[in-house]
Design a protein around this ligand. Structure first.
Ligand code: NAP
Length: 248
């Protein structure tokens, strides 16, 4: 499909779900993929092993994106070792749901720390080598609820809406360096994050989705793979919605 041979891509939260599918999609295009994880080293290793078994190139890197020092040091080391870092998929994210009246201060802080501050810190560090190379791709994982809102997701939706402002600002800031910056906004995707949704709830949900089904991690990864590609070089500051038509 799209070509990424010779490129190095970092996918934060690449050990599971959408991140894992992104790692596999980018590796299939020829990129060397760095699979980041916070806690799931075994899962990350599984992803890298599967990629290598399929003939691709992958390695793992453990760091918590909310730990600025560790994140900056890890990204600097990756870029130094490979002599480049071309693609960042800022995918690492958490969801803590609950009605506003019950929203805890520490949950509010943690959501912003991981989903927003973590993504910005990754972008700040990853765009250094991209600026030098005058080529780069940054992709943030937003969400349909960042645009639509959702009952019980005030804080999570706020973090995902924030990433749209982040995307558009960095896109403007780095356009002259040939670095494109886009957001992918998935709808309801079958991963661990949404595993608390029962089959009955899924059936109800499907009625609200014109394409009649929830999405797969591969559906989202295909969008990320496109935005990471050479061919998407004239697309920047955009939000690519992968939501089955749920929000148009
Ligand atoms: P998931 O299955 O829960 O996986 C989350 C991934 O993020 C894991 O690899 C996890 O690694 C990593 N992670 C969590 N906290 C981290 C941290 N502090 N530092 C580094 N890595 C961290 O989630 P998902 O459903 O694939 O979602 C991926 C992204 O898409 C998220 O940003 C999410 O908000 C967004 N999204 C998801 C949906 C959906 O329906 N699933 C919809 C819209 C948007 P460890 O296991 O090592 O902790």
């Amino acid at each position: 499909m799209f070509k990424l041979e010779g490129r190095v891509a970092l996918v934060t939260g690449g050990s599971r779900g959408i991140g894992r599918a992104c790692c596999e999609a980018l590796a299939a295009q020829g990129a060397t993929v760095v699979v980041n994880y916070a806690k799931g080293e075994d899962k990350a290793r599984e992803v890298a092993d599967a990629i290598v078994k399929a003939g691709g190139k992958a390695e793992i890197a453990g760091f918590d994106v909310s730990d600025t020092k560790a994140t900056e040091a890890a990204i600097e080391e990756i870029a130094k070792r490979h002599g480049r870092l071309d693609v960042l998929v800022a995918n690492a994210g958490i969801a803590i749901d609950g009605l506003l009246l019950r929203l805890k201060e520490e949950d509010l802080a943690r959501l912003f720390d991981v989903n927003v501050r973590g993504a910005i810190v990754c972008a700040r560090a990853a765009t250094r080598p991209m600026m030098k190379a005058k080529w780069g791709r940054v992709i943030f994982l937003s969400s349909v609820v960042g645009e639509m809102g959702n009952v019980g997701q005030t804080a999570y939706a706020a973090t995902k809406a924030a990433l749209l402002g982040v995307t558009k600002s960095i896109a403007r800031e780095y356009a002259s360096r040939n670095i494109t910056v886009n957001a992918v906004a998935p709808g309801y995707i079958d991963t661990d994050m949404t595993s608390n949704i029962t089959d009955a709830m899924k059936e109800q949900l499907a009625k609200l989705i014109p394409l009649g089904r929830t999405g797969s991690a591969k559906d989202v990864a295909a969008a990320c793979a496109y935005l990471a590609s050479e061919e998407a070089g004239y697309v920047t500051g955009q939000v690519l919605r992968v939501n089955g038509g749920m929000y148009v």
